[in-house]
Design a protein around this ligand. Structure first.
Ligand code: CA
Length: 339
């Protein structure tokens, strides 16, 4: 090869090489990515983002749910507190009226122990009425050493027919049994705001002053009747708490007259005027004759059962021997009471 030919060859080679070199950098600068791969990357990253957002959302949802539950729980708690508050207010209100009575009676006792004059003494609801206590309700009569009477819870009716009445008996709830023995009838039983018998000893003590008896009744149809005896006395225990009544007035019928001048009988103490044991037949304590024209301490029968028995709370002059009354109140006050 000649020198000239060699030089030409080199030049050619260089040319070709330069051509190749010139092309290569262009190819490197813009490597043509396949469009499919680019899309998948984006989708993948979007998917990741979506997954992240989803879990975030779920977390938020969960949080919201717990928040919601907390709010509901708090609302329920508040509601409960509210109801408790209301109940407390109602209770307080009822207690207030009760306490009010008691406070007044305590003030009364205090003022009485200062004055100590017999005309101021409190024997019953009529004395309270005369001292201007004109609201019906529960009162506590103070003990009286001179008379030898103990402190006594009473219920005063300050409205019926002029007021001043001391309740000696009530039937209205029906949960207290009146089928009791001599001692229980002697001392009294039941609750003063519900069903009770004030006690034969108390009847004897309170009717030593000439007294009036008033009996109020209600039937299951809601009708009311009354019977009043302007003369009413109960003898002491030695005389078997004998009943003496007279001078009936009213619209219920004179169904206590048959029991006038009879002794008191109870379960286990048959003082009646009958071969039968009236107290066990009529299931109460009462001034049984042979046996009844009324049975105000009989068995309390509810509506539906009130017309089937002969031992119910009966007043023959109104509803006969087989109708047990819904409600009864027996009350007394001094004959000379003026409202
Ligand atoms: Ca008998």
């Amino acid at each position: 090869m000649s020198l000239r030919t060699a030089a030409l060859s080199v030049t050619l080679l260089l040319l070709v090489l330069s051509e190749v070199w010139a092309q290569n950098p262009r190819k490197r600068m813009a490597p043509p990515k396949p469009p499919k791969a680019q899309c998948c990357d984006e989708v993948r990253s979007l998917k990741v983002q979506v997954a992240n957002l989803t879990s975030l959302l779920e977390e938020l949802n969960r949080k919201q749910e717990t928040d919601m539950m907390n709010v509901v729980r708090q609302m329920m708690e508040l509601d409960k507190q509210n109801r408790q508050q209301e109940a407390r207010v109602t209770e307080a209100e009822s207690k207030y009226s009760e306490i009010n009575n008691r406070v007044e009676i305590m003030q009364l006792q205090a003022s009485q122990s200062v004055t100590q004059s017999s005309s101021d003494a409190i024997y019953d609801c009529a004395s309270l009425y005369n001292k201007n206590y004109k609201i019906s309700g529960e009162y506590k009569l103070p003990a009286d050493e001179f008379l030898g009477t103990p402190e006594l819870d009473v219920f005063c009716d300050m409205e019926s027919n002029g007021g001043g009445w001391t309740l000696i008996q009530r039937r209205k709830v029906g949960l207290t049994s009146f089928n009791r023995d001599w001692k229980q009838y002697k001392n009294g039983f039941g609750t003063i705001r519900g069903d009770f018998w004030l006690g034969n000893d108390n009847l004897f003590r309170m009717t030593r002053q000439p007294s009036t008896l008033r009996i109020e009744m209600e039937d299951w149809e809601g009708e009311t009747r009354y019977a009043e005896y302007s003369y009413f006395t109960v003898k002491n225990e030695l005389n078997s708490f004998k009943l003496l009544i007279a001078n009936y007035s009213g619209n219920a019928g004179d169904s206590l007259r048959y029991h006038n001048n009879t002794n008191f009988s109870t379960k286990g103490k048959d003082n009646d005027k009958c071969v039968d044991d009236c107290a066990s037949l009529r299931k109460g304590g009462y001034w049984y004759n042979c046996c009844t024209d009324s049975n105000l301490n009989g068995v309390f029968y509810r509506y539906g059962n009130h017309g089937k028995n002969t031992d119910g709370i009966t007043w023959y002059g109104w509803h006969g021997p087989n109708y047990s009354l819904k409600r009864v109140e027996m009350k007394i006050r001094p004959q000379n009471f003026k409202s």
